[in-house]
Design a protein around this ligand. Structure first.
Ligand code: FES
Length: 579
């Protein structure tokens, strides 16, 4: 076809290069769209809003997103925009193998290229299950159009025999009961049904809830985005209002990069401390910042989170669930409590500052949201540990750990990988006691590959049966945000690329000092050097396909586990056409 699309288009927005192009090119772009029954006036140069949908029946936490997308469309139409919904790869935490984290970057590429390649002027991201939030934000950030994030909301509280049970957190406890032969199969089935009784994401302060809170604290979601339950009609109102607002954001040219400044990330890190948020937020925020050229580091996480207490009495750190958090007043109350630690004038997607959005919040239940002066737990932030075992850092969530173990010296019991761990953890001849430090290797980004959530690996059955509830565990893996324990994660560099973790041997003494932010292997430098010279890398897991691309290009945990070639933004300049 001709190069008619080089003729200056009608309309001032990006989409006009497609729908407003004169002659045959404009006809091509419009005509096939008309087979959906779209009237002529929608092509008059009004803002075209992409609704990026992670709906999938394979992602149960996002399975209600068709309705959510319809509500976004209502808002877009109401504000004079033209909504176009499109699917992207969905990442279902509970089903995908080996781990959704392997595919977070792939999904982000899908999002980035889908936005850039199409006639979109603004985007609404529908996110829910853990990795869908960072993946869509990373991809959208690399395009940098006006963007609003709408989270899907959490499930209603699980209810089992009169008690609340929380997704993930109660699962780990049930696992421990099963290991002690303390739960009949019929009870297991009943608990399974009672735990997930409505649409939505995990209703603990796991990674999905944490990332929904990050969205609101970053200014990328409308107020209340963090906590309205999925089943509450107000979640649909939120989607409607987001659809309406994104049209205005296009008129205002309020792009993602104008909201996601360094100050926004600093606010989010403070917030993560105050909510006792997931360690997974560390890698996800580092990756999103990397796409925008914001120089965020692990040291920022430690510095900014150090003096933030945990205010929320939610599982896994406490006892309540997301529904209770919403009824108690939601994230706005938490942000108001830590207002003196925030950049109050940070802009948000609704055009107001973060402080404007939260300053009038009221708390309705102080057993759920505790005041800053009398916090639920003194330490909420993520602690970053360095030392000869983690030269590029490792993380621990003190609020989910056993206080008595935060300073500990113990004998290492090592496992070379998950297979080795599963084969030997319950071997009666394994020389282990409650004071030992469990070390799991080769579960990092390249080693597994994909950086799985196995860092809270279970204790030996015989120690559980003897009443041991926690031990110091170290790995280069991640941990589910719903999990708990004295668990040191994200150790970098990882074992598979020859990080010091690879060199730990059974019987070595390991020292943990969380207050001092130190993780130390008590081995001489000479011995370290001797072991390093003898070290052999594990056989590669992938020889082709996406997994090969992943292991060849993934960066370490302290860089957000993004691909080296995805760091930064390519913007959303209109690509050359072929019509
Ligand atoms: Fe989807 Fe937890 S499994 S949010």
């Amino acid at each position: 076809m001709s190069d008619d699309n080089k003729t200056p288009p009608r309309g001032k927005y990006r989409s006009a290069s497609w729908f407003g192009a004169p002659g045959r090119a404009g006809m091509v772009h419009r005509s096939w769209m008309r087979n959906q029954g779209l009237p002529n006036h929608l092509f008059d140069g009004r803002p075209v809003i992409g609704i990026c949908n992670t709906w999938s029946e394979l992602t149960p936490c996002n399975a209600h997103f068709r309705l959510l997308a319809e509500r976004v469309k209502r808002g877009v139409y109401e504000a004079g925009g033209f909504p176009l919904e499109f699917p992207v790869m969905s990442l279902g935490e509970t089903l995908m193998r080996p781990t959704t984290m392997l595919f977070r970057n792939l999904c982000s590429m899908d999002v980035e290229e889908s936005i850039r390649a199409n006639p979109l002027d603004g985007v609404v991201l529908l996110v829910g299950c853990d990795k869908t939030t960072p993946a869509l934000m990373m991809g959208a950030a690399s395009c940098d159009l006006p963007t609003i994030v709408v989270s899907g909301g959490a499930m209603l509280n699980g209810k089992f025999r009169g008690e609340d049970i929380g997704s993930g957190t109660s699962l780990w406890k049930i696992g421990e009961r099963l290991a002690r032969d303390d739960m009949p199969p019929a009870d297991l089935l009943e608990a399974e049904i009672c735990m997930s009784r409505s649409p939505g994401t995990c209703m603990t302060m796991g990674t999905a809830s944490t990332m929904a809170a990050m969205v609101e604290a970053l200014g990328m979601g409308l107020p209340t985005n963090a906590t309205v339950p999925a089943a509450d009609s107000r979640r649909n109102v939120l989607a409607h209002m987001a659809g309406s607002r994104i049209v205005q954001m296009v008129h205002e040219d309020l792009r993602m990069s104008k909201i996601l400044t360094r100050q926004a990330f600093e606010n989010a890190i403070r917030t993560n401390g105050a909510i006792g948020g997931s360690t997974n937020a560390v890698v996800h925020l580092l990756a999103i910042a990397g796409r925008l050229g914001v120089d965020l580091t692990l040291a920022d996480w430690d510095r900014l989170g150090r003096d933030v207490p945990c205010l929320l009495n939610l599982m896994p750190s406490g006892k309540y669930l997301m529904e209770d958090f919403f009824y108690a007043g939601g994230l706005g109350v938490v942000l108001k409590e830590i207002g003196h630690l925030l950049h109050k004038d940070a802009p948000t997607v609704n055009g107001q500052t973060l402080w404007d959005n939260v300053k009038d919040s009221s708390c309705w239940n102080r057993d759920v949201i505790w005041p800053f002066e009398r916090p639920f737990k003194p330490q909420g932030g993520i602690a970053v540990l360095t030392g000869n075992l983690s030269p590029q850092g490792a993380v621990i969530k003190p609020s989910a750990a056993t206080p008595a173990l935060l300073t500990h010296r113990g004998r290492a019991v090592t496992f070379e990988n998950m297979d080795d761990y599963e084969a030997r953890i319950d071997d009666p001849t394994l020389d282990i006691d409650a004071d030992c430090v469990l070390v799991l290797k080769n579960c990092g980004p390249r080693g597994f590959p994909g950086f799985p959530e196995v860092g809270n690996f279970a204790l030996p059955r015989r120690l559980l049966a003897a009443g041991v509830t926690d031990m110091v565990r170290i790995s280069d893996a991640r941990m589910s945000g719903t999990a708990y324990g004295t668990v040191i994660l994200h150790t970098a560099p990882e074992a598979a690329i020859g990080g010091p973790l690879a060199l730990v041997q059974d019987g070595d003494m390991i020292e943990l000092d969380v207050d001092g932010r130190r993780l130390h292997l008590d081995v001489s430098d000479d011995e370290f050097a001797r072991r390093r010279a003898a070290w052999q890398p594990p056989a590669p897991h992938a020889s082709r396909g996406y997994a090969k691309l992943y292991v060849d290009h993934v960066m370490q945990a302290d860089r957000g586990v993004d691909f080296d070639f995805l760091v930064g933004s390519s913007g959303a300049a209109v690509p050359r056409g072929n019509h």
